[in-house]
Design a protein around this ligand. Structure first.
Ligand code: T46
Length: 132
């Protein structure tokens, strides 16, 4: 499955901590878009789609949430609970996000602009395309 955890270097001192994200250094793509998900309701589940051609790096900069990742053959559950690491998702991977904590802020960097056509929102369609 085309996913990877990336650990970020923490620049910290007695005042607190700082992490810098830089394209082609610790973010392995051109960053065209950044969005963040917050204020999620308890028991909400989001996602339910795959992308045809998009690289994304998801970082839980506050609180925690879980990802279900599915490449059509294998499924994996990953918890994001620290601003010090990010989940890189590439390729055709179905994703669902769940178990958002009250204070969760999930920030996502993407290598392209928002395009509705890049989404596969039907699971059967996803399975067909993932088998090609
Ligand atoms: C993903 C997971 C991790 C935009 O207009 N621009 C944007 O850049 C995005 C991301 C969304 N939207 C619109 C489309 C919908 O009307 O915002 C609304 C909510 O988006 P969506 O239902 O796709 O949100 P999630 O949480 O299900 O999925 C999002 C991303 O869309 C997706 O790329 O991988 O987070």
């Amino acid at each position: 499955m085309k996913i990877k955890m990336i650990d970020f270097k923490i620049m910290g001192d007695e005042r607190g901590s700082l992490i810098a994200l830089e394209e082609h250094h610790n973010v392995p793509f051109d960053v065209k878009r950044i969005y963040y998900i917050f204020g999620t309701k308890k028991d909400v589940r989001r996602g339910y789609h795959a992308h045809r051609d998009l690289k994304q790096l998801a970082i839980c900069i506050s609180g925690s949430c879980k990802f279900l990742l599915d490449d059509g053959k294998n499924k994996q559950h990953i918890e994001l609970n620290s601003p010090t690491h990010g989940l890189l998702i590439e390729g055709l991977i179905w994703r669902e996000m769940y178990d958002f904590s009250d204070n969760c802020v999930l920030m996502v960097l993407a290598d392209n602009y928002y395009t509705a056509n890049d989404y596969i929102r039907d699971y059967e369609q996803f399975l067909q395309e993932s088998l090609k």
